[in-house]
Design a protein around this ligand. Structure first.
Ligand code: PLP
Length: 385
């Protein structure tokens, strides 16, 4: 008898403990985790360096508020700005909060209210981020939505051109839509969106909550596209499981958020910062990012080869270690079967299996996962015919 709100449809798995790539349940069964807690545990579960940083911080200070200087915040902010087009950072506690901050910053900076985002996007569950999310089902029952949010089809540059006007504050975009089905933006499209934003003095917000912190083989996924967004939002993998969000913005926006304009009691919490600092020490290394890119290419090729032609599969796509397998049918049964086999994966929308393994995954573990996926998806194909 649960006393929790049933906001999640949960699998029949009760966690006992985790380590690296492995989740162990209360029956002693172990699973290889190719979901990483929805793209959160980029360095795997309880990475020893993150654990050590947390233990050290536990013995120093846990919370003092943002009324005082916390040197560790400066250290994490420096790493985030050094590896992005941004110059200053606002810390908060989640992805939705980072996006909320970005929407507020864009409106205050431009004096405009209109925010353009994309169909099938996902930006979070609080009112601003929910309103920016281009999915009807996320809004249902919660109206009225805040005003000023407009959605255009993804990868449709004419629709963006038509939507941007003199009242527009920002365009907000994931370069790979995660929750919305692992949809990858076209290179030309992203460059054109940036150009249109520049032409109309509209801010470009890139939501890197899922794609950032090395997931695609770059520090941030938009760096594959050669653009310089005005605002970048981050969360999920930033703390490797310790809640933390960040908004990174360009120099020209610095004074828009002066004292008293925006805040978060827990933002930049020392424990979260200790975790983030250890994460970035690892992930923001060129050699590490290179291994992610190489493993991602290998994984995608192996999948394409082994399951690409199965009748149930319509497409295999992604970048780095963010991969989607789109099927011709609902994938929840296959996700359940993979769990029974000992492989944890995610879905993205009804028809896409989403793979977000920890970035430390080995080639052997990739081979194991490919084999299990092939087994489950080929028996599904037989069932269908
Ligand atoms: C998960 C996600 C969010 C929301 O993050 P929370 O930490 O759950 O609030 C926002 N944007 C994207 C792209 C996400 O994947």
């Amino acid at each position: 008898m649960t006393t929790l709100f049933p906001t999640y449809k949960r699998f029949d798995l009760s966690v006992k403990r985790t380590s690296g790539m492995t989740v162990e349940d209360t029956n002693g069964k172990t699973y290889i985790d190719f979901g990483a807690g929805i793209g959160v545990c980029g360095l795997g579960h309880r990475h020893p360096d993150v654990q050590e940083a947390l233990e050290n911080q536990l013995n120093q200070y846990w919370h003092v508020s943002n009324l005082y200087h916390n040197p560790i915040q400066e250290s994490v902010a420096n790493k985030l700005t050094r590896h992005s087009s941004g110059d200053q950072v606002f810390f908060c506690n989640s992805g939705t909060e980072a996006n909320e901050s970005a929407i507020k910053l864009a409106r205050k900076a431009t004096g405009n209210h209109k925010i353009i985002s994309f169909e099938k996007s996902f930006h979070g569950r609080t009112y601003g981020a929910m309103a920016a999310t281009g999915q009807e089902k996320i809004h249902t029952g919660f109206g009225p939505m805040p005003e000023g949010f407009h959605y255009v089809p993804f990868n449709d540059i004419d629709a963006v051109k038509e939507a941007v006007d003199h009242e527009t504050a920002a365009v907000m975009m994931e370069v790979i839509q995660g929750e919305g089905g692992l949809n990858v933006a076209d290179g030309e499209f992203v460059k054109e969106v940036e150009r249109i934003c520049r032409e109309h003095n509209v801010l470009l917000i890139i939501d890197e909550v899922q794609t950032g912190i090395g997931r695609t083989g770059k520090a941030f996924a938009h760096q594959h596209y050669g653009i310089s967004p005005d605002i970048i939002t981050s969360a999920k993998a930033l703390g490797n499981g310790i809640p933390v969000g960040a908004m990174i913005a360009g120099q020209s926006l610095k004074n828009v958020f002066g004292p008293g304009s925006h805040a978060a009691t827990f933002g930049g919490n020392p424990l979260a910062m200790a975790a983030a600092n250890a994460v970035l020490n690892h992930v923001f290394q060129d050699e590490f990012l290179q291994t992610v890119a190489e493993k991602g290419t290998y994984f995608l090729n192996q999948l394409a080869e082994s399951i690409g032609k199965l009748p149930v599969v319509s497409s295999v796509r992604g970048k780095g270690l963010m991969i989607g397998i789109e099927c011709h049918q609902d994938v929840s049964g296959m996700v359940g079967s993979l769990m029974e086999e000992g492989l944890l994966v995610l879905s993205a929308g009804p028809n896409v299996i989403r793979l977000l393994p920890p970035l430390i995954v080995s080639y052997k573990e990739i081979d194991t996962a490919v084999h299990m996926i092939e087994q489950v998806l080929s028996s599904e194909a037989v069932n269908q015919s």
